[in-house]
Design a binder for this molecule. Structure first.
Ligand code: GLY
Length: 326
């Protein structure tokens, strides 16, 4: 996977799109900061979890109809995971499916949300309860777009990246030290640090792509990528907490449930990267377990819990919700 500079991305987009019509579905913040890079017809959206709903998907469909977008129109999702999820979902249902591509603009979307083909919307505050699995034609990564990302958003991506490296067993220590030592603004100060960032993005994305290629429909191996997410989605349901923070706490819960031999290293690394490692004290554990029991991964009363035995040794253990440690 290659990463692109802003001028390369314009060129690459032109090559990939050819003569096709494009409608961009773009986060309003991204449009304000980087909109001139993307001279397409646009549907500008407010990308919040609260607005990642069927109603918003329907509003986008209305706008596509208003623009007379047809079945050959390519939808280009430009933004973080909320935007790419909405775009991919609408592309799957509009006129029974139109082509789509992504330009992720957050670290989390570059390494996780925009990769893998799962796209969907929230229902009743439950994350991604309705969705589709359909691969984008392309996902173009331009790390320069991260310059304008708020530090908290950047850390959300670091959490997903560390999750992926715990699964693969590679790059965990190196990336952990890099992100512990470098805030976003210092990374953009030197070529060498930028190159390191691009390297970790590429490695993390490659792990996910390898797994998705082997098991797109999530029948087995792909479930490993849900590491920390059973807890994370339940935490997000119960409290106002960002996805990356929830994943970070979820990783520690997964390590506890796997009696992980590397738990101290994992907890210390997450802490050094300014990520939380404990369930907030004001969260009612009963409510949390109730939310866990709504998890999409529950089947026959058991949750396919992803637990960490060690870095590089992550396993799927069917567990009754009542037996989950959190
Ligand atoms: N879009 C995220 C995934 O497929 O995992």
């Amino acid at each position: 996977m290659k990463t692109f500079t802003p001028s390369e991305i314009t060129h690459e987009l032109r090559r990939l799109i050819g003569t096709r019509r494009v409608v961009a579905i773009i986060d309003e913040k991204v449009d304000r900061l980087h909109g001139t890079l993307f001279p397409f017809e646009k549907i500008v959206i407010e990308a919040t979890e609260e607005r990642k709903t069927l109603a918003t998907a329907e509003e986008i469909v209305h706008q596509l109809l208003h623009l007379h977008a047809d079945r050959d129109t390519l939808l280009l999702g430009i933004g973080g995971g909320i935007t790419t999820d909405l775009c991919g979902f609408v592309a799957a249902i509009y006129k029974r499916g139109v082509p789509f591509g992504f330009i992720p603009t957050t670290l989390l979307a570059m390494v996780d949300a925009a990769i893998g083909g799962k796209n969907g919307v929230n229902v009743l505050n439950f994350k991604n309860m309705i969705g589709t699995i359909r691969q984008p034609e392309f996902v173009l990564t331009c790390p320069n777009l991260l310059r304008t990302l708020p530090p908290k958003e950047f850390r959300n991506g670091v959490a997903e990246m560390l999750k992926t490296f715990i699964i693969s067993g590679q790059n965990f220590g190196e990336s952990g030290s890099f992100f512990a030592e470098n805030e976003l603004d210092t990374i953009f100060c030197t070529e060498a640090k930028m190159a390191q960032l691009c390297h970790f993005i590429t490695e993390s994305r490659a792990v996910k792509e390898r797994i998705v290629k082997e098991d797109e429909q999530e029948q087995g191996l792909r479930r490993l990528l849900n590491l920390g997410h059973t807890f994370a989605h339940a935490l997000e349901h119960c409290a106002k907490i960002s996805h990356g923070e929830a994943v970070s706490i979820g990783i520690v819960c997964a390590a506890k449930n796997g009696h992980c031999k590397d738990i101290d290293l994992i907890v210390n690394t997450l802490k050094q990267c300014n990520l939380p490692t404990e369930i907030p004290a004001d969260i009612d554990k009963k409510m949390l377990l109730e939310a866990i029991s709504q998890d999409k991964k529950i089947a026959e009363g058991r949750c396919n819990l992803i637990v960490i035995h060690a870095i590089g040794d992550v396993r799927i253990i069917p567990t009754a919700p009542g037996a989950i440690l959190c």
